[in-house]
Write a protein that binds this ligand. Structure first.
Ligand code: ATP
Ligand code: MG
Length: 310
């Protein structure tokens, strides 16, 4: 089983309009509502690939209950909620269909008390039992949780799970101190952490080496349409997907994480799991919905992937 952790989920609402007119009252005929959050995206992708997953989320209020209901009923994924007093945020995106432009409005995340932090840790301690792989995804809702991943990664390791960290900013920097087995930053997240530009291949590989120096065994630096750099031990390669018509790449990194999580849970050779991950990321970018690709779509992309040793 693959356990995902999303500390900062949301009700993710998209309102469709022909064109946004700022300063007016606009009525929409169509909207969608999904459980938002990086770990919930990973769980949805793992499920799309036909494997077992559970999604742990920190939620509060009616909006939080709505997130749990959508994970269970819309996504069909088993949810492990940790309830806090402060309500879960809603993110509202306006999609202008004529020009395909998105404008998003983010509410602040839940405030978390010290007592709730304890409750989160205890719930995680239970949830991790029986998990082969645990993925730690996205940001945290409150600065009190900046060290959450650093605290939970050793608990997951002690329980015998393989750990994957995909975050940015303070929670990524602090989580790295616990030496997760795998990380999957993109270029911007890596630049923020290492403090130098990744404008050449040499600089990108230098960043990969930096992460190994911090104790990470498997480094996956994702490069959007250019695929990813993958490095573990003596194995280092650049993996490239076919050119596609990009519809919505949001959540492609999460789909990539899902492929690696499956590969690690099933002890696949590194090139095989990387191929699965990149194909899932690319399949995700080919449609509007996040993590809703089919296995056939992933297999079609998988056949066209290029692996070049570095
Ligand atoms: N336009 C694209 N064409 C082909 N493949 C893509 C494209 N965009 C993303 N991908 C695939 O998805 C993978 C992850 O994408 P990316 O590097 O954009 O992740 P990310 O920035 O972490 O995204 P997110 O956090 O929104 O999930 C890439 O390695 C690639 O395989
Ligand atoms: Mg990402």
């Amino acid at each position: 089983m693959i356990l995902t952790l999303t500390p900062n989920p949301c009700v993710d609402k998209t309102i469709f309009l022909p064109e946004l007119k700022v300063g007016t009252f606009m009525r929409s005929e169509r909207y969608t509502c999904i459980p938002g959050g990086k770990g919930t995206n990973v769980s949805r992708a793992v499920k799309a690939l036909g494997r077992a997953t559970k999604a742990m989320v920190i939620v509060g209020g009616h909006s939080g209950a709505h997130v749990v209901e959508m994970i269970e009923q819309q996504d069909g994924v088993e949810c492990i909620p940790v309830r806090v007093a402060s309500p879960t945020r809603t993110i509202t995106t306006v999609l202008e269909e004529t020009i395909h432009r998105q404008t998003a409005f983010f509410e602040p995340g839940s405030k978390i008390t010290p007592g709730e932090v304890q409750h989160i840790v205890e719930t995680f301690r239970q949830a991790v039992q029986g998990a082969k792989v645990v993925t730690f995804n996205g940001t945290v809702p409150d600065p009190i949780l900046n060290g959450l991943y650093r605290q939970l990664i050793p608990i997951a390791k002690d329980a015998g799970a393989i750990t994957i960290l995909d975050s940015h900013g303070a929670s990524f920097a602090l989580g790295l101190e616990a030496a997760p087995y795998m990380i999957k930053p993109n270029v911007a997240e890596t630049e923020e952490l290492v403090g130098f530009r990744l404008d050449t291949m040499e600089a990108k590989w230098k960043a990969v080496t930096h992460f190994h120096g911090r104790g990470v065994e498997l480094v996956v630096l994702s490069l959007g349409k250019d695929g990813a750099l993958v490095s573990r031990g003596a194995e280092r390669f650049h993996i490239t997907p076919p050119a596609i018509e990009e519809v919505n790449p949001v959540g492609s990194g999460d789909a990539l994480v899902a492929g690696f999580a499956i590969g690690l849970a099933e002890n696949m050779p590194l090139t095989e799991m990387a191929t699965l991950g990149v194909a899932a990321g690319t399949a995700n970018a080919m449609s509007w919905d996040i993590g809703h690709f089919t296995r056939e779509e992933v297999d079609a992309v998988r056949a066209q992937i290029l692996v070049q040793s570095a």
